[in-house]
Write a protein that binds this ligand. Structure first.
Ligand code: NAD
Length: 278
């Protein structure tokens, strides 16, 4: 039976280091996908208001029947709900959709620094935390300059920064900044949405451990201390992505994977991204 380690966030809250992500999972497919993940043993689900599937995530968790405290649920504020008042109201939308009274982790999805001042939104997050509507609060896609502003102008240090990170975008500077300030790093698109899986270095390391390339990459993240939630709707892959705690990469293998960095993004650049969905 695989046991997923828990990491401890800067406010003492525990989070399973491996979870299941549901970006681009259609609402009709989400219930089944989340139930499959819970059956495999995942106890951490990463969703967002923007994904349009919070309701189905909540239904799957309720239907599966575990005690609420046994599943860690993250959601993220939609980009069109930034600002103090809008954010304060929007969190209730997530709680309603998920059918829960407290969210485990609530994140500002994007800094959108060219659109509006995220400090104002973060102050709403501090209120949400103080009210007990979230057990932990954090940010996503924040760069060092964004974090420096938050650290300088607000009271609560984000518990996590969820950023794009994989072997082609290792983000060493940002990871070091997060660690230095007690902010846990969550790596989104941990598999580079599949782009890194045919890399010969990764294929070779995986073979040496009798593991798949996806498992080798996920293991690299885990040994880096990253929190990850790979996405798949294929049950065999959901299981495969869970079986990463029974082998270990050597220091040399870790360095080889890190050496693949090309600073290559799949997603948008957080410094310029300004999309506000309707
Ligand atoms: P990912 O790196 O998890 O890749 C997912 C894709 O990889 C799948 O669609 C599948 O095609 C493939 N895959 C998965 N498991 C595999 C396996 N074992 N073998 C071969 N191929 C496999 O990318 P993602 O879905 O973009 O990211 C994961 C999660 O991160 C999302 O579901 C979401 O929760 C989160 N996310 C957050 C943000 C953000 O802005 N905060 C952005 C994107 C994603």
């Amino acid at each position: 039976m695989t046991t997923v380690p828990n990491l401890i966030l800067n406010n003492g809250v525990e989070i399973p280091q491996l979870g299941f992500g549901v970006f681009l999972v259609e609402p009709e497919e989400t219930r089944r996908a989340v139930i499959t993940a819970l059956e495999v043993g995942y106890r951490h689900i990463d969703t967002a208001q923007m994904y349009g599937n919070e309701k189905e995530v909540g239904q799957a968790i309720a239907e599966f029947g575990l005690d609420r405290s046994e599943v860690f649920v993250t959601s993220k504020l939609n980009n069109n709900k930034i600002g103090f008042d809008a954010a304060l109201t929007a969190v209730d939308g997530s709680l309603d959709a998920l059918g829960i009274e407290q969210i485990d982790l609530f994140l500002i999805h994007w800094p959108l620094a060219t659109v509006r001042d995220f400090v104002e939104t973060w102050k709403a997050f501090e209120r949400i935390y103080a009210d007990g509507r979230a057990r932990a609060i954090g940010v996503s896609n924040f760069q060092v300059a964004h974090l420096e502003r938050l650290l300088g102008e607000t009271d609560i240090v984000p518990a996590v920064n969820q950023i794009e990170a994989h072997p082609y975008l290792t983000q060493e500077g940002l990871l070091a900044f997060n660690a230095e300030h007690g902010i846990a790093t969550e790596a989104w698109s941990p598999l580079g949405r599949g782009a890194v899986l045919e890399d010969p270095v990764i294929v070779k390391i995986a073979k040496e451990h009798n593991k798949s390339p996806a498992q080798a990459v996920l293991r690299w993240h885990v040994q880096h201390g990253n929190i990850i939630f790979p996405k798949s709707v294929t049950p065999a892959r959901v299981r495969e992505n869970f079986e990463i705690f029974d082998f270990e990469l050597s220091t040399d293998e870790m360095d080889q994977v890190s050496g693949l960095n090309r600073d290559q993004r799949i997603g948008p650049d957080p410094d310029t991204f300004a999309m506000i969905p309707g």
